[in-house]
Design a protein around this ligand. Structure first.
Ligand SMILES: NC(=O)c1ccc[n+]([C@@H]2O[C@H](COP(=O)([O-])OP(=O)(O)OC[C@H]3O[C@@H](n4cnc5c(N)ncnc54)[C@H](O)[C@@H]3O)[C@@H](O)[C@H]2O)c1
Length: 249
C-alpha cells in the first residue's frame, strides 16, 4: 500500500473494526485520513491516531451532507486524490422486533447504515481519479434471520444490494466496491445487539473452524479488498466468519 492514500470512516475506540483496518493499512505503508462521528469520540480517535504516520483527522457525521463534503474537501486539499475508502459505520435501535420498529427508527437505521455508503461514494468518486477501491462492513443477518439483529438485518440487506449497484455504477471508472461480512466481534456497536453474547458463542460453536473470528482477520481481508491484490473483485460480499455462513444446522 506504499504510496496509496485513503480514508477510513468509523473509528470510535480501540475496539472498532475500523481501527484494526486502519492499523493494517498503515502497517503496509498507506497514508490515512480518519473520520470520527462527533465530539463524543474525537479525543479517543485523536489519541489512537498518534500511532499513525502523519494522519489527517476529520469530523464526519454521515447524516450531514455538509460534513461529508467538508471532509472530502479537506482530503482533496491535503492528499490531492484518493485510492481507497473504508466505510465501517452503522447505527440502529435494535431493541424492538422488526414488526414493532417505528417509521423513524427504520429510516434512521437505513440512512446511517446503508445510504451513507451512497453519499460517501458519490463524494469520494471525484477524488478517485486513477480508479480505486471502496469497502464496507456487513453481517450474515442481512440474508438470514438472526434473532435480535432486527432492523439492522434489514439495513445490512440494503447495504449489500447497495454494494452491488454501486459496483455497477463505479465500475466504468475503475472503482471497485465490496463488503466484508464479519463474524461477531466484541465492539461498542455489537453491545447494542440484544443477545449478542449468545450469538457470538453459538457462532464459535457451529463454525467449521470452531472458534471466534479475530478482528485482525477481518482487517486483513479489508486490506486485501482495498489493495490492488483484489483488482478483479467487485460487487462481492466476502465472509470472514470462520465459515459459519456455510452451515445448514
Ligand atoms: N462487531 C461485529 O460483530 C460486527 C460484525 C459484522 C459487521 N459489523 C459492522 O462493522 C461496522 C463497524 O462496527 P464496529 O463493530 O466496529 O463498532 P463501532 O461502534 O466501533 O463502530 C461503529 C461506528 O459507526 C459510527 N457511526 C454511527 N453513526 C454515525 C454517524 N451518524 N456518522 C458517522 N459515524 C457514525 C460510530 O461513531 C462508530 O465509529 C458496522 O457497520 C457494523 O455493523 C460489526
Amino acid at each position: 500500500m506504499k504510496g496509496k492514500q485513503g480514508i477510513v470512516l468509523g473509528v470510535a475506540n480501540k475496539r472498532s473494526i475500523a481501527w484494526a483496518i486502519a492499523q493494517a493499512l498503515a502497517s503496509q505503508g498507506a497514508r490515512l485520513a480518519l473520520t470520527y462521528q462527533g465530539e463524543r469520540v474525537e479525543d479517543y480517535v485523536r489519541q489512537l491516531a498518534q500511532e499513525l504516520q502523519d494522519p489527517l483527522i476529520l469530523r464526519c457525521d454521515v447524516t450531514k451532507d455538509a460534513e461529508i463534503e467538508a471532509a472530502m474537501a479537506a482530503v482533496k486539499s491535503e492528499f490531492g486524490h484518493l485510492d481507497f475508502v473504508m466505510h465501517s459505520i452503522a447505527y440502529g435501535d435494535l431493541d424492538p422486533p422488526v414488526v414493532a420498529t417505528s417509521r423513524e427508527a427504520y429510516l434512521k437505521a437505513l440512512e446511517i447504515s446503508a445510504y451513507s455508503l451512497v453519499a460517501v461514494t458519490r463524494q469520494a468518486a471525484d477524488l478517485m481519479t486513477a480508479g480505486g477501491s471502496i469497502a464496507t462492513m456487513t453481517y450474515y443477518g442481512a440474508e438470514k434471520v438472526v434473532p435480535g439483529y432486527n432492523v439492522m438485518g434489514v439495513a445490512k440487506a440494503t447495504l449489500e444490494a447497495t454494494v452491488r449497484y454501486l459496483a455497477h455504477d463505479m465500475g466504468p471508472r475503475g472503482v471497485r466496491v465490496n463488503a466484508v461480512s464479519a463474524g461477531p466481534l466484541n465492539t461498542l456497536a455489537a453491545r447494542s445487539i440484544p443477545g449478542f453474547t449468545k450469538m457470538r458463542s453459538l457462532a464459535a460453536e457451529r463454525a467449521p473452524l470452531q472458534r471466534h473470528v479475530e478482528v485482525a482477520e477481518v482487517a486483513n481481508t479489508a486490506l486485501f479488498l482495498l489493495s490492488d491484490m483484489a483488482s478483479g473483485i467487485t460487487g462481492e460480499v466476502i465472509y470472514v466468519d470462520c465459515g459459519y455462513h456455510i452451515m445448514g444446522m
